[in-house]
Design a protein around this ligand. Sequence first.
Ligand SMILES: [Fe+2]
Ligand SMILES: [Fe+2]
Length: 451
Amino acid sequence: MSITINRRGFVCGIAAAAASAAAAADKNKSAAGTKSRSGEPPAKKVKPGKLIASAPVLQNAAETSMGVAFAVTADASGWVDVSQSPDMSGAVRVFSGGTGLMDVNDKVALIRIRGLKPATRYWYRIGADRIVFKGGYDMANLGPEVDEKVHSFKTLGASVQDGSFCVINDTHDRKPVLDQVLTKIEELKPSVVIWNGDASNTSETIETAMGIFIHTHERHPEYAADTPYMFVNGNHDFRGRFNRRLCDLMMFREPTERAPKYAELGRNFVQRLGDIALIGLDTGEDKLDSNKKFAGIFRMAEYRKLQTRWLAEAIEMPAVKEAKFKVAFCHIPLFDPRPDQNPGDIAPDDESPLYKNNWASWQRTCANLWGPLLAKAGVQLVVCAHQHCFRYNAPEPGRPWAHLVGGGCNGVNANRNLFPTVIEGKVIDGKLSITVHDVLYKRVVFQHVFA
Ligand SMILES: [Fe+2]
Ligand SMILES: [Fe+2]
């Protein structure tokens, strides 16, 4: 089979291999009547319904890679055409599954684009081949369906100019709250959004999770089509049978971002957004592994220790050391000045008359493990979530980093800081400006500048 590959040199390595069966995307102007990759014409039978069922959702923004997910209605092998031109000229096709077996999935297509240039804008569109899969020797490719809408994204990197980030958290799939935060995101147009956990409640099925991450809000069907999201687990994002495999929908990060010994740390990241080093950590569940409710099938203690070893090495990377500003993100707070707040290390079942809750309101274990490393790295700010109540604590002796907690989804009281927030960060005139937007009462509730 002879295939022409029209590359412009921006996709290399694994991505180039993944694209090895690619036809130039500008030859795919119309899905109708287009030949499949095997060269066979589409089957002329009953016209099936639409195969692509959502706009793309950009995941795991990075310097040289980007993840794309979208919903499909039947068995399909998804792909993305990527170009450095808005007219999609010279596009390269990247397939789900990478090399070897293309993924065939009747719910979602997951594509990881690799070998991208840092701080560079790309344009892309999605498509999928409809697959009939009846068995190991009984498969058919009925041809592609193309979503002709062209979207774009910009990769991260130290050379990004005028970059900004936003943080949302604790949306818990409450649609009115998602409407509020996504409306604000669309207004602010950040380079990247950190979704700082508790997107879920409990997700037993992929359909539930797709309602959260893909069909997130009917008024915002393209919420992540041009703005990449970096997902950080909250405690609720571990709950339910499907959430134990949430990486089958919200992909783990590109494996080459970390050393093999940290392979399982798919949610941790260090990425540069211009002068800002973004550091992602996962505080895990808000109950101890020993808690009876968890049936002995959680190992968060080891997970946190492994992340500690990762963090100790990560802060020595040039991406962190050379960054003027360093901001860490994790779901459960690493600090709380209130003595009645459960610190998450009360064995065996998180129960104590000393504390209001029988779950971790904050994470003393993570604070002890990671706090000194964050201090050593010169992290200026730690952005957390989980408490559904906006709070800012300035640095103090023994804790040189400021601590910011985003609001949550059950806000009804402006005076008690109970409202959902969008936290905005950007460098202006060489200083990191942090603004907290209350998206319920539509006001700015906090601003701080880190020089
Ligand atoms: Fe929450
Ligand atoms: Fe939480």
